[in-house]
Design a protein around this ligand. Sequence first.
Ligand SMILES: [Zn+2]
Length: 153
Amino acid sequence: MTDPTITDLRRELEKARLALIDAQSHLSAHAQANAALHCATEVFYSPLHAKVTAAIAGIEHALARTDRPLPTLDSQSSDGVWAALAADLDRCMHGRHQGDACGDCGGTSTGNHHIRPGTVIGYGLRGDRIVMPDRDHKLEPAAWRATPEGDTP
Ligand SMILES: [Zn+2]
């Protein structure tokens, strides 16, 4: 299991990587055609070709770095068990995280109808509110203690 934000970012990076590979292919063919047009013995690739190549390498490095489970969801530690439980609280009744694909919800998971993001679900020792955080912050313990906008703690 991975943080849905990282999953989303990885998916978008993969799309960008594929588009850049196509751009790199076009730029390579263009440089080779120019060399042939001018009867040159060497192909000179453009600075843009170098930038695109570097961007592809950067994306591949980022994808490799994020291709492992988050330590907070490690089921071997008690913290990981609680983090996994908290991460499950936005799932719809069909088991899909809010915003993920769910055919039973009509295409996109509508999430947990019992506790919507921003709902107060309890109180801390000093009366501070415990709220259901939004999808992007559900793995940050501080987000569960956030007060509603405009409210002073
Ligand atoms: Zn669903």
